[in-house]
Design a protein around this ligand. Structure first.
Ligand code: 5GP
Length: 401
C-alpha cells in the first residue's frame, strides 16, 4: 500500500497515513506478542500475518452483517500484514463483553464461579492507561470525564454486544465457545459520516478467550501465552500453531450461505404481494425466485416446481402467497423444505426468513440481530421524542407542580 508517515505505534501494530487519502489509514500488525501491560514480550515470526488475517476476516464478517466498522480492505493476502481502514479518533476505552465468567471478572467477583454462563451478557468498560493498568470505569464516569457522551455509551454497549453475539454464533458453528471479547471504538475523522462511531482497532486472537468444546484446557487464544510458566521456542511454537488454527477457522466466518427463497403465489393477482416479499428478502441479501402456480387449476405444475427447485437448491424454503391456505397446504405436503406463510407484512416475513436461515448462516444471523436492534432503537427514539415538552408547555411528568 502507498504508505505515508507513521502516525502511531501500539504494542502489536503500527499506523501509517495513506498518501493522498487523508480519511484513510494503513494498519500493519507486527510479530510482537505481549502480556501484563508489556511486562512479558516476545516476537513470533509470522504472528503479524496471522493477526492481520484474523482481523480482516472478523471485520469482513461484521461489515457483511451491516455493523459499522473502520475496515475497508486488505490484511488477508500477501500484503505485508497491512489493512486499509477509515481514519478515526480513537476513544480511549476497552469495551469487554462477557458470555462466560473468566479472567479479571472472576477475580473481581469471587462469588461467581469460573465458567458460569452470563445471560444477559456483562458489558464492562476499561479506561486505556498502561501506567494505571487500564482501570475499570463506569458509564457515568465516562460521561462525567467527557470521554464519550451518554448516547455514545449506549451505542458502544449495543455494538459491542452485537459483535459478541455475531462472533459467538460463528464460533459455536465450529463447536468453540466464545468466552469474552474486547473491542474498541473510534469516531470517523472525515467523510460524510464524520463523527459516527465505528468498531475500530483490531479484533484478533489476542482480543478474546475461546474454548473449543467449552473446555478451558483446550483454549486456542492468547491466554495460552499469558499462562506460560517458561517462555521458550517450543512454547512459542505451540502458541503460533494455535494462532494458525484460529486464522484458518476464522477464514470461514465471512462466507455467506444464504440459500434460496421460492416465493409462490396462487393467482396472477398476487404479483404485487410477491414483489413486495421479494423486495424485503432482497434487502436482507436473500436470493429469490418467483412463480405463480395454483393448487386447484395447475396442481401438476405446483408439484413439478417443488421437485425442480428441491433438486436445484440447497437450503431452500418456500413462501406461500395465498389467501385460503390451499397452496401452503399443498407445498407443505409435497416438499421437504420449510414453508412460510405470507401474512401481509413483508418485513415481518423477511425477519422470519432471516431467522430460519440464520440458524446456519452467521451473516444472516447478524443481519437479524441488527434489524431487531434498529427496531428497538426506533421505538425508544419515538418514546423519547414524546417525552420532550412541546414548546411553551409545562415539563412532562411535572408531578411536583
Ligand atoms: P480480562 O478483563 O478478563 O483480563 O479480559 C477480558 C477480555 O478482554 C479477554 O478476552 C482479553 O483477551 C481481552 N483483553 C483485555 N485486555 C486486553 C488488552 O489490553 N488487549 C487485548 N488485545 N485484549 C484484551
Amino acid at each position: 500500500m502507498n504508505k505515508g508517515i507513521e502516525i502511531a505505534r501500539g504494542k502489536t501494530k503500527v499506523l501509517y497515513e495513506l498518501q493522498g487519502s487523508p480519511d484513510q489509514v494503513v494498519v500493519a500488525q507486527t510479530d510482537s506478542i505481549s502480556a501484563g501491560d508489556g511486562a512479558r514480550r516476545n516476537e513470533i515470526p509470522g504472528k503479524g500475518r496471522l493477526a492481520a488475517q484474523t482481523t480482516a476476516r472478523v471485520f469482513r464478517l461484521l461489515n457483511l452483517c451491516g455493523l459499522p466498522t473502520h475496515y475497508l480492505s486488505g490484511g488477508e493476502d500477501d500484503d505485508n500484514n497491512e489493512m486499509l481502514v477509515r481514519r478515526c479518533n480513537m476513544i480511549p476505552l476497552e469495551v469487554v463483553v462477557r458470555g462466560v465468567a473468566a479472567g479479571s471478572f472472576v477475580k473481581r467477583n469471587p462469588g461467581i464461579g469460573r465458567g458460569a454462563l452470563m445471560v444477559p451478557r456483562v458489558i464492562e468498560f476499561f479506561y486505556k492507561d498502561d501506567a494505571e493498568h487500564d482501570p475499570m470505569i463506569s458509564p457515568d464516569a465516562i460521561v462525567a470525564r467527557g470521554i464519550a457522551n451518554p448516547n455514545e455509551v449506549g451505542v458502544m454497549t449495543e455494538l459491542a454486544r452485537l459483535t459478541f453475539e455475531v462472533l459467538s454464533h460463528a464460533w459455536r458453528k465450529r463447536d468453540v465457545l466464545l468466552v469474552d471479547l474486547k473491542v474498541e471504538f473510534g469516531r470517523l475523522s472525515g467523510g460524510p459520516d464524520k463523527g459516527a462511531l465505528v468498531i475500530a482497532d483490531v479484533i484478533d486472537n489476542d482480543s478474546w478467550r475461546i474454548w473449543p468444546q467449552g473446555r478451558e484446557e483446550l483454549m486456542l487464544d492468547k491466554q495460552m501465552y499469558r499462562n506460560l510458566e517458561t517462555v521458550d521456542d517450543a512454547a512459542l511454537a505451540q502458541v503460533k500453531q494455535a494462532y494458525e488454527q484460529v486464522a484458518d477457522l476464522v477464514g470461514m466466518f465471512p462466507v455467506m450461505r444464504p440459500g434460496m427463497a421460492a416465493v409462490i403465489g396462487d393467482t396472477g393477482e398476487r404479483t404485487e404481494s410477491i414483489n413486495a416479499v421479494v423486495a424485503a428478502l432482497q434487502q436482507l441479501g436473500l436470493p429469490t425466485v418467483r412463480h405463480v402456480a395454483s393448487p386447484s387449476k395447475t396442481p401438476g405444475y405446483v408439484l413439478q416446481l417443488v421437485q425442480q427447485l428441491e433438486a436445484t437448491f440447497a437450503r431452500l424454503f418456500f413462501v406461500a402467497v395465498d389467501e385460503d391456505g390451499s397452496l401452503r397446504a399443498m407445498l407443505d405436503s409435497a416438499s421437504s423444505s420449510p414453508v412460510l406463510d405470507w401474512r401481509g407484512d413483508p418485513s415481518e416475513l423477511a425477519l422470519d426468513c432471516a431467522k430460519l436461515l440464520g440458524l446456519e448462516d452467521t451473516v444472516l444471523y447478524g443481519r437479524t440481530l441488527l434489524m431487531q436492534a434498529n427496531a428497538r432503537s426506533a421505538v425508544l427514539h419515538a418514546d423519547a421524542l414524546l417525552q420532550q415538552p412541546a414548546p411553551g408547555s409545562m415539563p412532562a411528568g411535572g408531578a411536583l407542580g
